[in-house]
Design a protein around this ligand. Structure first.
Ligand code: ADP
Ligand code: MG
Length: 974
């Protein structure tokens, strides 16, 4: 797209936004007028509005038509609460909030299903109160989704005072909420909780609850997601999974970790050797001494240099974060020559030369695409299981078996089965090896994960938060455990899984709020069908966002950072420093300590005190080092006199991969018209620049080469940083979309199964369902026997009869299907009728027994509910068991399919196709399993003399008429 077009689009987009905001301001006026009017109501009259609204909704009004009045009521309640004490997060606070007009605009936007983009400190928590109240009037489930338990509790206590005042109930769902309390909790009008709590309850309700009383949720009507980008975008990369130990384990990480480790070491030694050789040459050429002197070399010297560069280039492909390489790249001229070489190697005519050079490595690492590849040399030196790198050609092997005349058909079958086993074992080996290499080459300790109490804990890339309990999928977590020599967790099996995206699609109405969504507006629109609306701030933003300071090296960047921190700290201004990882936050902390600068560190390793630390970050002289976005949702208020000094200064120690995260950090300062400032520091050694900035930059660098310690300023640099960020955002979007596309395939199947399961849990009388299943099963059994009457062996009613009798303990007359005039449909109907009525007979017998038992126990005989419950749990158990097996098959399929990319097939299409076939298999299996079980179950009758006597007595006298009638109804039903 050309710049001009983009500008034009922005303009159209912009005006659309402005028009909407204008329209909402007109509604705000109406709300304010109404609020004036309501001022005259007594407290009780105002409270009475809740009941009035509910009644009006029942008689046909809509939430849309009630909006103005409902919001005016909330505004009035806020006024009346003013000055009262409320208890929030452990201490008392005076209520001092009455919604501003811009908050009303945000509240309107959310009711109409938008994401309200409101800057940090604008008061989103209060804003959400209005749409929550309005929608809860329907009596349907209304949820507010927060980023952590602390905020769920805080906001429910804080804003809950409004709802309670108005007679609505509020509840908080946290990780600590016991399972047995949840059902009652969800009955509340408005429930606050985190996305994973809501999501996991959904999964538990649908995969573990065995009666409807064990299900806790009551539906999905309206949800507002706070910090919506964090939840729908950052957290959306890993799905929610409920898992348990797998029945059989196929993993081999333990035995494979040694050979992988050896290979990685081989490569590292080789690259170190290459790098040292290169350094020696460069030293000899005196190229490492003076960085500002341009290269003036003789022809021979230049050849030597070229030799050294080639070695370094190889190092960059083998171990991209080699120290010597890093040092050499600090020299802009050498850096330029290296880039040149890279371009040279990628020229078509130089492909041979490139491949020749690369063949000296064992592994080629592609940091940018997060991939790697073993070379032939690597495979040759592989000390582990040789089968890891060669796959079987099953088609060919089957063909050979088929052609082998010496084998009986039974032997052929056995051979094929054995071959398939061997094939799947190889695939698993190869998969384990791949994941182990990935763990070694592409996953970094303290960046991607930390080790906590002997466990590998994921660190969220964007929030820097540890995610205990979550695991990298697909065996990668086990591979990292193997790499770090901690206990490798047993292979687990998925019981239930869903992506957050698909969970939130369950809601009839979804809205959100955050300070940063506009950069991801397109994705949010595409996936969730929600628009982002930028809400104007209450007061004009006074924050001064300064230009980035860009340095050649990290060293210079840190020097500059410390200088700036010292200067600003001396003035007494508080400083918040955002870092990209735990590792960097600790490194910076060490530097600050060395400089005797008192500071607080807030990172993934200690997020308990998060809110407290963040809240104190605005005090005079405070220095707070934090990983990106830690403490989201907590407001940084300025201490006394701080505004006069210039407010909070925010420093970013590098640009994040996503612009949104940078904006989030900036937004910490300058809230509600406060003064403040922000600045980012960047170096050419930052991974963002190293991996994603274009080669053009190097050329620029050569021109603008600054003396040591001085920042480079060229407007073009700012633009290329943004370009690099956009590129990664795009890539991450693709990854999220990919996860979702795979889950979408599952989603249809999942909802089908969950719906069926729910129907079973919520239907009193299961006879119609069981009859349906039996009928369908009878029909599916007939398939092989009735092809065509004309064909030889195409019409086999007798075989069908026998088949039915092997599946059901039922005897069928020999001539049942023998009438030649019968059509296949008629035959199936006859069969189904027989089987269903046999089942009812069985039910009747069971019911009689139960009735007798109940009477002996001196209970009012009422056998049917008990029998229904037995059947219910039998159906549920069967569905759950088969579904779990299905999910396991799907897991394996996913692994397998991902390896087919090598064969140039589209894994998603392959996956869709085969997942469908697996689902079909699953449905058949469920039907046959249930059909068998329905005839196999029996209620255990105590074998006591009393019981025996009672039974024989009843046989003679018959059952008491009351029981008899109820049981005979079983027959009438059909
Ligand atoms: P956000 O979530 O938008 O970052 P919060 O909801 O945490 O902001 O609110 C930030 C601060 O602004 C809180 O301390 C709150 O008390 C205050 N606040 C919000 N709305 C109002 C209001 N209408 N009047 C006065 N103070 C408000
Ligand atoms: Mg907030």
């Amino acid at each position: 797209m050309t710049g001009k077009m983009l500008h034009l689009l922005k303009k159209i987009f912009g005006t659309q936004q402005t028009r909407l905001v204008k329209r909402y301001f007109r509604i705000v006026k109406k709300i304010n007028d109404k609020a004036e009017e309501f001022k005259n109501l007594t407290d009780d009259e105002l409270r009475g509005k809740t009941a009035e609204f509910k009644k009006r909704l029942e008689s046909g009004e809509t939430t849309d038509s009630l909006l103005v009045e409902a919001y005016a009521v909330v505004k009035n309640v806020c006024k009346r609460l003013s000055g009262t004490e409320i208890h929030v997060s452990g201490y008392n606070q005076k209520w001092d909030m009455v919604p501003y007009d811009v908050q009303l605009v945000g509240a309107i936007a959310m009711h109409y299903g938008a994401i309200a983009e409101m800057q940090t400190g604008e008061g989103k928590t209060l804003t959400s109160a209005m749409p929550l109240y309005l929608n809860a009037l329907t009596g349907k489930p209304v949820h507010l989704v927060t980023v952590n338990d602390y905020l769920a509790k805080r906001d429910a206590e804080w804003i809950g005072s409004i709802f309670k005042w108005l007679g609505l109930s509020v509840a908080v769902l946290t990780n600590q909420t016991p399972t047995e309390k949840r059902r009652e909790l969800y009955l509340a009008d408005i429930v606050y909780g985190t996305a994973s709590e809501f999501g996991f309850d959904y999964l538990r309700d649908n995969s573990m609850a065995t009666t409807k009383e064990h299900q806790c949720q009551r539906g999905y009507y309206f949800a507002i997601i706070d910090e919506v980008d964090s939840i729908l975008i950052d957290e959306a990369r890993t799905p929610l999974i409920i898992s348990g130990p797998a029945a059989v384990s196929r993993q081999m990480y333990d035995t494979l970790k040694e050979p992988v480790f050896e290979m990685v070491k081989l490569q590292r030694d080789e690259c170190n050797k290459l790098a040292s050789e290169a350094r020696r040459i460069l030293e000899k050429l005196k190229l490492l001494e003076d960085q500002t002197e341009s290269l003036k070399l003789t022809k021979e010297e230049d050849l030597e240099l070229q030799e050294a560069l080639k070695k370094l280039w190889l190092v960059s492909k083998g171990t991209p974060i080699n120290k010597i390489l890093k040092k050499i790249r600090e020299n802009p001229d050498l850096r330029a020559r290296l880039d040149l070489l890279e371009t040279y190697y990628w020229g078509d005519q130089n492909k041979e030369e490139r491949l020749e050079a690369l063949s000296k490595l064992f592994i080629i690492v592609d940091e940018r695409n997060n991939e790697y590849e073993l070379t032939d040399l690597g495979i040759k030196n592989w000390k582990g299981d040789q089968n890891a790198f060669t796959m079987l050609d099953l088609g060919h092997e089957y063909h050979l078996i088929d052609q082998n005349m010496a084998l009986s058909s039974q032997e052929k079958m056995e051979k094929k089965v054995a071959l398939r086993e061997a094939d799947s074992l190889r695939k698993e080996t190869s998969h384990n090896v791949r994941q182990l290499f990935r763990a070694h080459l592409l996953m970094e300790k303290d960046v991607d994960y930390i080790i906590h109490e002997g466990k590998i804990v994921i660190i969220d890339e964007n929030t820097g938060r540890p995610q205990p309990g979550r695991r990298f999928s697909d065996g990668l977590h086990q591979a990292i455990e193997a790499k770090e020599n901690v206990a490798i967790q047993k292979e687990t099996q998925t019981y239930a899984t869903i992506t957050l995206q698909n969970y939130f699609r369950l809601y009839s109405h979804l809205a959100g709020m955050t300070g940063t969504a506009i950069t991801e507006a397109q994705e949010l629109k595409e996936i969730y069908k929600i628009d982002v609306l930028e809400i104007p701030t209450h007061k004009k933003c006074q924050r001064a966002d300064q230009n980035d300071e860009i340095y050649m090296t990290e060293r210079e960047k840190y020097n500059a950072l410390v200088k700036e921190i010292t200067e600003i700290h001396e003035k007494g201004r508080p400083i918040l420093i955002g870092t990209e990882s735990v590792e960097i936050s600790e490194k910076l902390s060490r530097i600050l300590k060395a400089q005797k600068l008192p500071h607080t560190v807030l990172n993934a390793k200690q997020n308990d005190k998060e809110a407290e630390i963040i809240a104190a970050a605005g005090q005079r002289g405070a220095i707070t080092v934090s990983t990106n976005m830690a403490g989201r949702g907590t407001d940084i208020k300025l201490g006394e006199g701080v505004a006069a000094l210039g407010g909070l200064h925010v420093i970013g120690t590098s640009r994040h991969q996503s612009r949104r995260i940078d904006r989030q950090l900036r937004g910490r300062s300058g809230r509600q018209g406060d003064p403040g400032s922000s600045k980012f520091y960047v170096s050419f050694e930052d991974s963002l620049m190293r991996l994603f900035a274009s080669n053009k930059l190097t050329t620029i660098l050569q021109k603008f080469r600054p003396p040591e310690g001085e920042a480079i300023s060229a407007p073009i640099l700012n633009r290329s940083i943004e370009t690099a960020q956009k590129r990664i955002e795009q890539r991450n979007y693709t990854i999220r979309k990919h996860t979702l596309e795979f889950d979408d395939v599952m989603n249809r199947h999942r909802s089908e199964v969950y719906n069926f399961r729910n129907e079973i849990l919520h239907t009193e009388d299961l006879l119609p369902i069981t009859s349906d299943i039996l009928e369908t099963f009878c029909t599916s059994l007939s398939e092989p026997y009735f092809q065509s009457k004309a064909e030889e062996n195409g019409w086999l009613p007798e075989e069908y009869r026998k088949s039915l009798m092997t599946h059901f303990p039922v005897s069928l007359d020999e001539d049942l299907f023998s009438d030649d005039k019968l059509t296949i449909e008629e035959i199936e109907t006859i069969a189904a009728k027989k089987i269903v009525s046999a089942f009812r007979e069985k039910m009747k017998r069971e019911a009689e027994m139960v009735a007798i038992m109940q009477m002996l126990g001196e209970k009012e005989p009422n056998p049917l509910p008990l029998i229904q419950n037995v059947i219910r749990s039998l159906l549920i158990q069967s569905i759950d068991k088969q579904w779990q097996e299905h999910l396991l098959a799907i897991d394996h399929l996913r692994t397998e399919v991902s390896m087919r990319t090598v064969a140039q097939k589209d894994p998603l299409i392959e996956f869709k196709h085969e997942a469908f076939a697996l689902f079909d298999k699953f449905s058949r299996k469920v039907r046959s399993d249930i059909s068998h079980l329905l005839f196999a179950f029996g209620i255990a009758i105590p074998n006591t003399p009393d019981m025996k006597k009672a039974i024989s007595q009843m046989r003679i006298m018959g059952l008491p008429p009351k029981i008899k009638n109820s049981i005979d109804n079983l027959k009438l039903l059909s």
